[in-house]
Design a protein around this ligand. Structure first.
Ligand code: 5HY
Length: 242
């Protein structure tokens, strides 16, 4: 099985970390292709970043259809372009926020999300509502760490761990959902340190894609997720016309 794990920002070092987290949990016969677009924001931390990251993401999905990918992971906690990606894809497409939240709801009656900048909390909140996770999500906490500081700031792990610890104590949460793909490598260590389940969406999404493909299930092409309607596009998007 071939799974394309797409980091919608353009920071290759983050893509590498995401690829390692994906391969750590992938089944032996699963080939993980970790990639990022060549165009777009270096990190996604607001609505504008998210909107413009989708063009590059969809170009990678189109390429994946040509390469014969069996399924896809959108490795950004905003799950940008999820439904548009599902329109393009034959196989399943899973966002890491969706995967992490559903996984948490299977092992705890309540979870808290620990994310990066405070301004991204509204994006997570909208996803919690969209995915029907409001009765499970106890709180959305920010660490005020920028996405790229997760790599550069030596204190980042300590700050994230403390926020997770407080969430367990103060939010009555039974599990933690990490709110950024850049935190994918921290889940196991933080879980051991705070003594509670900590969910990395990259790993959860890879296992969900494997599950769906192994059940012979792909994205439904009946109704709104049917392939995009063919029509001309103009300007710099001409080459992306469906
Ligand atoms: C992510 N941004 O997972 C999100 C996290 C966030 O570039 N990769 C990003 O802060 O919303």
């Amino acid at each position: 099985m071939k799974i394309k794990v797409i980091n919608p920002n353009t920071t290759a070092s983050m893509t590498q970390k995401i690829g390692m987290a994906a391969r750590k949990v992938a089944a032996p016969k699963t080939e993980i292709i970790a990639c990022n677009p060549t165009m777009g924001p270096v990190s996604i931390e607001c609505h504008y970043d998210e909107a413009l990251s989708v063009v590059g993401l969809l170009a990678e999905i189109r390429q994946g259809e040509i390469e014969g990918a069996d399924g896809y992971v959108i490795a950004c906690f905003g799950d940008p372009g999820l439904l548009a990606a599902r329109e393009l894809a034959t196989g399943p497409v899973i966002g890491i926020a969706e995967a992490a939240m559903h996984t948490a709801s299977l092992i705890a009656t309540g979870f808290s999300i620990v994310t990066t900048l405070s301004r991204t909390r509204i994006i997570a909140q909208q996803l919690v509502e969209n995915y029907g996770m409001s009765r499970f999500c106890r709180n959305i906490r920010s660490t005020d760490l920028a996405v790229l500081e997760l790599e550069s700031d030596s204190q980042a792990r300590k700050v994230i761990t403390e926020e997770c610890r407080q969430a367990i104590v103060e939010d009555n949460a039974g599990a933690i959902v990490l709110g950024c793909s850049g935190m994918a490598d921290l889940a196991t260590a933080i879980s051991q340190e705070i003594g509670a389940p900590v969910i990395d969406g990259v790993g959860a999404a890879v296992k969900l894609v494997e599950l769906l493909v192994s059940l012979g299930l792909g994205t439904s092409k009946v109704g709104d997720l049917a392939y995009p309607i063919s029509k001309p596009y103009t300007g710099i998007l001409r080459s992306l016309a469906p």
